[in-house]
Design a protein around this ligand. Structure first.
Ligand SMILES: NC(=O)c1ccc[n+]([C@@H]2O[C@H](COP(=O)([O-])OP(=O)(O)OC[C@H]3O[C@@H](n4cnc5c(N)ncnc54)[C@H](OP(=O)(O)O)[C@@H]3O)[C@@H](O)[C@H]2O)c1
Length: 256
């Protein structure tokens, strides 16, 4: 008789302890809910603590953590606090991000610095701090980096954002290569346009409506459109042999 793991067990995250950055809104809020609903304990991190407390009120598996991802000097204490609340971390979801200014040439030197610090540097520093802990414990784990189709396409997205997201795609591959021997998988999700605080104004604008007509599926996604990919990459049973991959979830826009 062939042994087949039922889906409910394949995606059961009981025993996993996840840190999700940017959990106070949008995709991160949904990621925290989905991981918690599948049994993981979830540290929900961001700067707006009132939002995180509202999120944590929705599940006993979610714990709020105030964290500014542009302050790597705070990471050791933040990871200590996370592990004191929920136990040793096994999963990091690097989701926090900033959309940047509307056009490339509105970006000042400070804006460029803020954008890359939030969207690129933070993923590197947090992944390093997370991986060091797991390596010291000789414990397996996983990292999921949220990039964007903007990391692949040159389109409406201003260059500073696209450049940073392309760096995240490459970071995912490079870190996966280095961390494989430590049994830490590193994968990513590259969303297309998804409704969130970052995109809702644009999607409601004339330019946004015109853009949606060029999406093969003719719509923007909802955060829930990422649930299946998140669970696949988070589950050590479902994606044990996957590392270095970024899954594009975009309604087909990257096909063009
Ligand atoms: N929505 C889309 O269409 C789309 C498409 C492709 C990729 N993405 C990516 O998906 C991720 C989530 O975006 P979203 O659409 O959900 O946007 P969002 O609703 O604006 O959420 C962004 C999150 O990042 C957090 N954040 C920003 N700067 C931070 C900082 N310095 N320290 C800690 N947290 C910080 C925010 O929390 P606080 O302000 O409370 O700190 C917030 O929770 C981003 O990396 C974005 O680039 C989004």
């Amino acid at each position: 008789m062939i042994q087949v793991t039922p889906a409910i067990k394949l995606f059961d995250l009981t025993g996993e302890v996840a840190l999700v950055t940017g959990a106070s809104s949008g995709l991160g809020w949904r990621f925290a809910q989905v991981l918690a609903a599948h049994g993981a304990k979830v540290i929900a991190a961001a700067r707006r603590v009132d939002r995180l407390q509202a999120l944590a009120a929705e599940s006993p598996n979610i714990f709020p953590l105030e964290l500014d991802v542009t302050r790597p000097q705070d990471f050791p204490a933040a990871l200590d606090a996370a592990e004191a609340a929920a136990g040793p971390l096994t999963l990091l979801v690097n989701n926090a991000g900033w959309g940047g200014r509307d056009t490339s040439f509105e970006h000042s030197a400070e804006d460029w610095q803020r954008l890359q610090s939030t969207n690129v540097d933070s993923l590197w520093h947090l992944s390093q701090a997370f991986a060091k802990r797991l390596m010291a414990r000789k414990q397996p784990g996983a990292i999921i980096n949220i990039s964007s189709v903007a990391g692949y396409l040159v389109s409406e997205t201003p260059a500073p954002y696209a450049i940073g997201k392309a760096a995240v795609v490459q970071m995912t591959k490079a870190l996966a290569f280095e961390l494989a021997r430590h049994r830490i998988r590193v994968n990513g999700i590259a969303p297309g346009y998804i409704h969130s605080e970052m995109t809702d104004d644009y999607l409601a604008s004339e330019a946004g409506k015109a853009m949606l007509k060029r999406v093969p599926q003719r719509r923007a996604g909802e955060p829930s459109d990422l649930d299946g990919t998140l669970l696949l990459l988070a589950s050590p049973k479902a994606s044990a042999f996957m590392t270095g991959t970024t899954v594009i979830v975009d309604g087909g826009i990257a096909l063009k």
